[in-house]
Design a protein around this ligand. Structure first.
Ligand code: ZN
Ligand code: ZN
Length: 137
């Protein structure tokens, strides 16, 4: 486990974020919403508590309803379009890993929504994978 603080920002530098909290969960999501919103085959995200998450700069957000019925708010930079983070309904922040400064600290734990994974989008490694979301404990 890394104790390094997570920092990151968008491509043009107008928006930056940081948190002192450790990631609680991290993983790749293959759902169709994530594909469309990111423009990529899947997204890689890490989750931290929203309380300690600080943002500087102005983001624009788009809200959509997730499979769970909850609303998720995806934030991006209005200037460069970088997808930065999302606020799901559970009090967490999902950080888009590609915007982190310390990219190599990312430790994915699983893949979710593999029922919508594209055949060409195979992630190296043997992560536990779930057809939809992992079962709640
Ligand atoms: Zn930007
Ligand atoms: Zn997803």
């Amino acid at each position: 486990m890394s104790t390094q603080k997570i920092t990151g920002g968008c491509q043009c530098g107008a928006v930056n974020y940081e948190t002192d909290d450790e990631p609680s969960i991290s993983g790749h999501c293959h759902c169709l919403d994530c594909k469309q919103a990111s423009g990529a085959g899947h997204i890689s995200a890490t989750f931290v508590p929203r309380e300690g998450f600080k943002v500087t700069g102005q983001t624009t957000a788009y809200s959509s309803v997730a499979d769970s019925g909850n609303t998720i708010e995806r934030h991006f930079c209005p200037t460069c379009g970088s997808r930065l983070f999302a606020y799901p309904a559970n009090g967490m922040v999902g950080i888009m890993v590609g915007t982190m400064n310390n990219l190599e600290d990312y430790q994915p734990m699983f893949e979710v929504y593999t029922k919508q994974r594209c055949a060409w989008d195979n992630i190296k490694g043997d992560l536990p994978s779930f057809e939809e979301m992992p079962p709640k404990e």
